[in-house]
Design a protein around this ligand. Sequence first.
Ligand code: PEP
Length: 269
Amino acid sequence: RFAAALAGPLESVSSGDIMRRPLVAGNWKMNGTVTSVDALVTGLVSADSPSCELLVCPPSVFLAQVRAGLSVAGHEEEIGLGAQDVSQHESGAFTGENSADMLVEFGCRYVLIGHSERRQYHGESDEAVAAKVERCLAVGLRPIVCIGETLEQRRNGSMLAIIAQQLGALAQTVAREDWGRFDIAYEPVWAIGTGESASPEQAQEVHAMVRSTITDHGDSEDCTRILYGGSVNDDNAKALFEMADIDGALVGGASLNVQSFISIAESAG
Ligand code: PEP
């Protein structure tokens, strides 16, 4: 009876549908209660649908609740569901982790991988990130791979080398034909949760470099979106989205407020 109530997996995202359609994703991080999550989902399904793709990534304990809320309102196609992390292993003795198969079964189409908070507090390496990406691709879950430099790295001039290294680990693992089956979020660590967004020009410099790396490694560059993340809000979103290589946003704090999140999504066009 539980399985019937959850309604099972949804069709996975096909690369052919992407063609750099803007994506605005909300990372709710470790926030929320059953009541506040209900209120957030109710607000999102009541808002007018923006023309960009919308995605919410709640804590894993709330995935089933959000899925149910979206499906009761008939919005599970319009508002995607994603997780904030995934195990690189298929199954077994990995206490506390969720497998890619489990996330698919709970209706996730996306998963964030390598968020800077996972790298910083859980020691996640570029190689672990790449292994997680591979696991997701094996089951049709679309990763959003987070990359970005610290303030120190930006100041000491190693920013582009760090980004290249983070992408290099993916290039070692992911087959050429699979570039296009994941998206990338450029999130400068110094901009996350600080209220200090990168300027559109600062973000564009890195996005252009990421775009050319995608073109070098894969066959289908139009199928990979490059999102910007780091203190995006309804005031700064529009100018960021005007940049040639910014295809959407990964939004933390502002995604917990329906009006701000929807207004960011509206400026993504
Ligand atoms: C994030 O958590 O990915 C993020 C970008 O957070 P914020 O928007 O709060 O900076």
